[in-house]
Design a protein. Sequence first.
Length: 320
Amino acid sequence: MNAKHSQCDDAPRAILPIMKPLPALLGASLLLAVSAVVATAKPIVPFLEERDQPGEKPPSDSAKAPAAAGGRRTLSFDQGWGFHLGEVAGGENPELADTDWPTLEVPHDFSIEGPPGADPAGMEGPFDQKSPAGGGGGFINGGIGWYRKTFTLPGGSVGKRIGLQFDGVYMDSEVWLNGVSMGRQPYGYSSFGFDLTPHLKAGDNVLAVRVNVRQPCSRWYSGAGIYRHVRLTITDPLHVAPWGTCVTTPEVLDASARVEVRTQVRNQGPEGIEATLTTAIVDAGGRRVAIHRESGLVAAGSSHEFEQTLAVAAPRRWSI
């Protein structure tokens, strides 16, 4: 019996983890790498060698693998945020004095801290029977909250593209870097991000995030603030585009499965580059079961979509 599955990330969002799960139908993982120009995530070896063949395990020790020409670094940005409950005039100004703001680590929910309602004296802790959220929203008030973070870029960032990803901010958020608005995200239940590169500077950089929760806004307790993780991503100018992979398994038989992969590779550099994309499928035990390499020209300031087909022998299917 044939079975079909697809996993496509076509939305123009922020930052793509270089490791993507293959449809669970095959019980494997898909690892993407652009050899020589875009770094790989272990255990993929960035240059095809004789050992880079189906049936062999990738080297588990990074010292045994050739160094990647490029690199994708993902850094946690959860720590060191200052927070202020309520409106702040000029809260996006990098010169704002914020040393007296309490410091916290996200994820963070400021609604449970009890933003005051119309009758603060009638509240019981954070709960307000007169809250516009009502019982469905937990009798919790909304409000405005500001987050600020001062940071310097890590070493090795020169010539790279620097991205920022929020896994979730509730709700109606706006983000500034060094006083410049990066954009707004009204919806609170999806991830988003920005390319910070044009507005970064040497030394200290200041991020500011304003959140505005207006109740009633949900059918359940919504929370408020940066309620999921934040990440800084550093890539080469040539890299897999944000959410730039689409994986389908149009045919799955007992003897073999056909896996089709479309990958958007983006070139934000000044010149066109002949790029090589290596796609490998690795099973749960770390054994490489399929590999495919393809080259193509990626023009400056544009993207190129690679279309690859891989065959997996005797796929181990699972079901619920």
